[in-house]
Write a protein that binds this ligand. Structure first.
Ligand code: KG4
Ligand code: ZN
Length: 357
């Protein structure tokens, strides 16, 4: 197919039901995201079965709204780009099944998009990317560094060996009894807070690999919470996390201080390792994407370092960092242009390595 006029993009890999319409020239005509945060917050994290059921309820109205906002109808569509993985299998299958049925009914092609490639492609919205460059996806499920040689040649050079950075934000927020989702809450509560009295570890920051580790940092926060005797009736027997309790009188200040110290540790590790990887491999452009890339402290630290090192930095607008379908549509443009279609036998896949980009 030559460059398509209109692509419908669908993203249902986790807890956002999202649809967008993008033009073949890369214009975002609509970008609708229905968050399921309220459905999962009471459980302190995403419940896969609930996510799948909510996607089923939301997919039709969300696509309708995306078409409405783009001011087009189904018959204007030239193709459908849908997230194929990685992600929650049941959640992915809702988007994929819907996309297949719609594509079959409209007799238009469909392509399966790698969610992580989608995150990296969000950087193309409003910016020209040069190749090769260093890409980092920092989200709830991934913290990975990529050597992005071209649009279709992407090699992972490092990843987290345990928790993803976003997962650590969510777990630490739970530990501090701040609620879900943790990243946004920790960012808010940490703003302008002096955390100089708390020194947390920066795991693997100075080793020679491009891998990350955040589980030890989370444990360091847990140990600090226990040692500082912050909560009434700390119950670590089952979850390793305190039961929902208020801080003891006089200890309230420790919550924002620990949050800010944790955020600073994560930011330090991410910035240090990403720039080291870029310099080692001679890259003059760094792209940072994924939900955690919407964090202001991280964005500012990356910008400062980029200025000091003389390396160009592209971070997508916040709304294109967290899960959305516009990034899937942007990634889809090349697939349609190159005739890289999926068959109606396309299946959801949970791992990056089994999906081509
Ligand atoms: O990319 P994303 O929306 O979904 C995945 O692909 O995982 O990322 C979600 C993750 C969550 O762990 C969330 O806590 C984190 O990104 N996050 C943030 C912020 N906003 C979202 N972490 C730190 N600061 C934020 N402002
Ligand atoms: Zn994501």
């Amino acid at each position: 197919m030559k460059t398509p006029a209109y692509i419908l993009a669908i993203e249902t890999s986790c807890d956002e039901t999202a649809a967008a319409v993008v033009s073949g020239a890369g214009e975002i005509l609509s970008n609708v995201v229905a968050s399921q945060i309220a459905d999962h917050a009471v459980f302190g994290g995403v419940v896969p079965e609930i996510a799948s059921r909510r996607h089923i309820e939301l997919i039709v109205p969300v696509v309708d709204e995306a078409l409405h906002q783009a001011d087009i109808s189904l018959t204007h569509l030239d193709g459908i780009a849908v997230t194929q993985g990685p992600g929650l299998i049941g959640a992915l299958l809702v988007g994929i099944s819907y996309a297949k049925a719609l594509a079959y009914g409209l007799s238009i092609p469909i392509c399966g998009i790698n969610h992580l490639q989608g995150h990296l492609c969000a950087a193309k919205i409003g910016a020209e990317l040069t190749y090769p460059h260093m890409g980092m996806v920092v989200s709830g499920g991934h913290t990975s560094l990529y050597h992005v040689k071209s649009e279709s040649d992407i090699t992972q050079i490092g990843q987290t060996i345990d928790d993803a950075a976003g997962e650590a934000f969510d777990k630490v927020a739970k530990l501090l009894n701040l609620g879900y989702p943790g990243g946004v809450i920790i960012e808010k509560i940490s703003k302008g807070v002096d955390h100089s009295s708390i020194n947390l570890p920066r795991p693997m920051m100075n080793d020679h690999s491009y891998d990350f580790s955040f589980s030890g940092l989370k444990t360091a926060v847990l140990n600090l919470v226990i040692k500082s005797d912050i909560f009434e009736g700390l119950d670590l027997r089952f979850s390793g996390l305190p039961e929902a309790k208020k801080p003891k009188p006089g200890k309230e200040h420790l919550i924002p201080e620990i949050s800010a110290a944790f955020q600073a540790a994560v930011v330090d590790v991410l910035v240090t390792k990403t720039f080291r990887a870029a310099k080692d491999t001679g890259m003059d452009l760094i792209v940072v994407a994924g939900g955690v890339a919407s964090n202001t402290a991280l964005r500012e630290a990356l910008k400062e370092k980029a200025g000091l090192e003389g390396i160009r930095l592209v971070i997508p607008e916040r709304k294109y960092c967290t899960d959305n379908a516009a990034m899937i549509g942007i990634a889809g443009i090349r697939h349609f242009r190159d005739g890289h279609y999926a068959g109606l036998d396309m299946n959801a896949v949970s791992r990056w390595s089994s999906i081509t980009v």
